[in-house]
Design a protein around this ligand. Structure first.
Ligand SMILES: [Fe+2]
Length: 310
């Protein structure tokens, strides 16, 4: 696995390397800084007068959840977020007709198991493609504040080529949208939402972690086995992530190897084209789900910023 910093490669060559497991890191640049700064402002407003990264030491966990639960959709569904995200992708992808993307998520990883469920669930080792994502999905990840190796996420590189026995056959993406997603804020102790997981023992060490400055960016394949590092930094980590897929690999069912994936349903209903926010064409979606549900209400996640503007 090679880690590229501020690559000179064009986006097509970059995609090919991403589908071989390489990782791309970018230094802060105006478009990443603009998106992260907006998230930072919303987070600071929500926690004021407390410092967001330190607030977990001041607040009962129920109050922390009360703050984070509305903060996440506020960021995700904000018109400004959508504008800034599209500007970032125009800058770093460039191919506005070929690139599809979804709305960003805001992740919260508290320190020392203060909150390990629901709105701050630390992701166990997983591949995103176990969750209904296409093998060509790319993950874009940006830290909002400075963070450490002890509050980062880890790549488990050896499993890039090695199948991991897992429970993805029990995961249906439409069922998840209907139940799991809606219940996140109710989970404050143990996360009970059924998620695809490795079913055997994993060798999680050694692993690779990338620490970049806030406003920097890490780009990697959704087929990588990765996990949230148990946060022992003493500070809550806030990060943004979103997904893209490119038309060329979508229509050829290309991308990274999908060596151990058995989920059903597809995330492709959630993506929009960068140029005009049109959805992924139905004939392309059928390549990933030959029998999509006839009634998409409730089983397909429709962020307001997409539904109101298309
Ligand atoms: Fe992930």
């Amino acid at each position: 696995m090679t880690i590229y910093l501020d690559t000179h490669l064009d986006q097509k060559a970059r995609r090919l390397r991403l589908y071989h497991g390489d990782v791309f890191v970018y230094s802060p640049r105006p478009t990443t800084t603009a998106l992260t700064a907006f998230a930072r402002q919303l987070i600071e407003d929500a926690f004021a007068p407390l410092t967001p990264e330190e607030a977990q030491h001041e607040l009962p966990v129920e109050r922390f959840v009360e703050i984070v639960a509305p903060l996440k959709p506020r960021f995700i569904h904000h018109r400004r977020t959508l504008e800034l995200l599209r500007a970032l992708l125009c800058d770093l992808s460039g191919d506005v007709e070929g690139t599809y993307f979804d709305v960003p998520r805001l992740r919260v990883a508290t320190s020392h198991h203060y909150l390990d469920a629901g709105v701050a669930y630390p992701l166990h080792p997983h591949r995103d493609i176990w969750y209904g994502s296409p093998p060509c999905q790319l993950n874009w990840w940006l830290p909002v504040f400075p963070f450490e190796s002890e509050s980062s996420f880890a790549f488990h590189e050896r499993y890039w080529n090695e199948p991991v026995p897992n429970s993805s056959h029990e995961y249906n993406h439409y069922h998840w949208n209907k139940t799991g997603r809606a219940n996140a804020a109710k989970e404050t102790k143990v996360d009970t939402r059924p998620q695809p997981k490795a079913t055997g023992l994993l060798q999680l060490e050694p692993n690779v972690r990338v620490v970049c400055p806030p406003d920097g960016l890490v780009l990697f394949s959704g087929a990588h086995l990765h996990s949230t590092v148990p946060n022992t930094s003493g500070r809550t980590r806030f990060s943004i992530d979103f997904r893209t897929a490119h038309h060329d690999e979508l229509v050829s069912v290309g991308g990274a190897p999908a060596i151990d994936r058995a989920c059903t349903g597809t995330t492709l209903f959630e993506l929009r084209r960068l140029s005009d926010l049109t959805p992924v064409p139905m004939d392309v979606i059928r390549l990933y789900d030959p029998n999509p549900p006839e009634d998409l209400d409730g089983v397909v996640y429709k962020p307001p910023v997409f539904t109101s503007s298309v």
